[in-house]
Unconditional design. Sequence first.
Length: 361
Amino acid sequence: MIKKWGLAFFLSMSAFSAHAAAEGIVTTEERAIYDATTNEQIGRIMPNVYYETLYDTTKQFYVQVETATGYVLKDEAVQPADLQVRTPKNTMVTIATNGETTFYKGTDFREKLYVAAADRRFFVTSETNDYYEVLLFGQAAYVKKSDVREDRGIPVLLYHHLLRDSENENYRNNSTVDPLTFIIQMEYLKDAGYETITLDDLYAYINGEKNISAKSFALTFDDGLSTTQRYAYELLKAFNFKATNFIITSRIPPVERLFDPSTLQFLSLKNMNSMRDVFSFEGHTHNMHYFMTGSCGALVCSTAEAVAADIATSLAVMPHNYFAYPFGQHKEETTRLLKRANISMAFTTRKDYVHVGEDLY
């Protein structure tokens, strides 16, 4: 279930929390900012401007930038400094840069504070008709609205069955996609500059531990159907896209079978192992992917004891960290049992985008 937390709560757990006086740096030349998790350059800081630091190591100064952490390499041009800093306002709006974008120290837009790469995300602390105020390096920064766009969040795309129209006699429904349609959709995203993130990346983003480009999406498949190997694997590999397959572990066959489009077939463990350069494999129950009564799925209509046993069996067959609710159905007891089983994050089917601070379940 997707619910936004207030930014004040999120910031209380992050490096945004204010101090009376903060340690920082000042550089005599422009210096590159690197992402703390990917080590890619994500922007530049300006000379003779104060930047608050979180901590430092022998080679780097670490700073709060975008939605998580970055660093500046230590050298003779970068000097420690101190400054009074301010507390951000209580809001949760996020923006993304359109191209290489300059953030300024004041609303006159004269003194540069930071230059960000394209498609980077930032929290908004306030706004007017003309500009956004964000918190960068422990201080207010300003960016023209014409240089950025409102960030909707990270999309998580869901697929199930891939089957050619010419061979599809039994599964003409909105869960089955022709491989040609799938190719066109993936080509559209690739051509538009989008890249996939893993569920580990998504988990870190939600927890404010990782900066994620605004041109990112997570790609998932439910049920562990063999057509994901037949029609999706090679394409995703060629595009350098990553994906996750949520597996119903009771349906894993002991051996691979000849392809038969007239029936649903599932990935074997051997199949899965051959696909791990593209796919990760997570949980979709052991044997609770069915309706018990009417439209009530087994996961929510069974006893807590039965659900706990099913989750334990699924984990024993195939250890995993993440989970997809069958039919998107869940209740408070379901999430409690997943947490008890050390499942870190769960997915429903509600149409929405994912933001920092979301409910992980």
